[in-house]
Design a binder for this molecule. Structure first.
Ligand code: NAD
Length: 293
């Protein structure tokens, strides 16, 4: 049994913390919004009124917050509260630079950046993929602790490497979803039946997650958001956040990512046109509407 403090009990953090409690750990939860703490308390989390109260005596701390600035704000506060050898994990999706700066704030702790893939359904099911960045000893200490929330735990390298891998993955996802949408739109114009085109793409060299698992047209993959009018799922606003982080990282490291930039621009335009709350696979509707103009 481990005493956890979980900071940030939103759409992801709430169910992740609940899975730690379900596995038999004691989990104290804190969120800036009291309603989020109250919701988590219904799922076995001990409510804490402050960050200090949540982390007092904790063996392990997980943060799950919206941005790099907030992670740094919370970790700065942790620096004055947390003793030597405590495992501190950030699972938010943030920029690589902030992730590295966060590690440097707690040199006496075992720190890991551990962003996740798998969305709210993976958070509920405890099947998230964690991409781990940190020193070897910190990663080894964190692995068994993260297990109740995880399908897979993938060590990616030193501090910041988990965030770097996450940004590469989500940039590719944004690009591949636009590619899948373009293929289905071209198929429509050429008079192809959707299901027939799906049967080809999903078994030929065009196959990818955006076609096979998350197909952007209704019909072929019953569980994909296209079948529920593109309710997320993975909202366009979150995809846009990740593409902005990826293209910032590309600029800072002089990596050539012309399609990453194009994907960011298209999702920017879709977001500005009111699509931010829709699933990111609804980009197909945005492209179709543009062609009709
Ligand atoms: P969310 O907005 O639902 O939850 C974030 C929570 O953090 C909120 O409840 C907010 O009140 C709380 N918070 C903000 N500042 C705080 C502070 N200073 N102290 C304590 N609590 C604070 O967001 P989410 O969907 O749970 O996402 C969390 C992170 O996970 C983000 O970085 C996101 O990019 C990433 N992520 C989300 C998904 C997804 O599908 N939702 C998938 C993978 C990764």
């Amino acid at each position: 049994m481990t005493l956890f403090a979980f900071i940030g009990l939103g759409n992801m953090g709430g169910p992740m913390a609940a899975n730690l409690a379900k596995a038999g750990h004691v989990v104290r939860g804190f969120d800036a919004v009291p309603e989020a703490v109250a919701r988590a308390a219904e799922r076995g989390i001990q409510p804490a009124a402050t960050l200090r109260e949540a982390v007092e005596g904790a063996d392990a701390i997980v943060t799950m917050l919206p941005s790099g600035a907030l992670v740094l704000e919370v970790w700065r506060e942790l620096a004055g509260l947390v003793g030597e050898g405590v495992v501190v994990v950030d699972s938010s999706t943030i920029d690589v630079e902030s992730a590295r700066a966060a590690h440097a704030l707690l040199p006496h702790c075992l720190t890991v950046d551990a962003p996740v893939s798998g969305g709210t359904s993976g958070a509920e099911a405890g099947t998230l993929s964690f991409m781990l960045g940190g020193e070897g000893a910190a990663i080894e200490a964190a692995r068994p602790l993260l297990q109740p929330m995880a399908g897979r735990l993938i060590p990616c390298g030193g501090p910041g490497a988990g965030q770097a891998a996450k940004l590469c993955n989500n940039m590719l996802l944004g690009i591949s979803m636009i590619g899948a949408a373009e293929a289905f739109l071209l198929g429509e114009r050429l008079g192809l039946d959707r299901q027939a085109l799906f049967d080809v793409l999903s078994t030929s060299s065009g196959q990818c997650w955006s076609v096979n698992t998350y197909c952007p047209v209704p019909g072929p993959v019953p569980a994909s958001p296209a079948n529920r009018d593109y309710a997320p799922g993975f909202a366009t606003a979150l995809m846009l956040k990740d593409l902005r982080l990826a293209t910032q990282a590309a600029e800072a490291s002089a990596a050539p990512t012309p399609l990453g930039s194009a994907a960011r621009d298209l999702f920017e335009a879709f977001g500005a046109a009111g699509g931010g709350g829709r699933d990111f696979s609804a980009i197909i509707e945005f492209l179709r509407a543009q062609a009709a103009e």
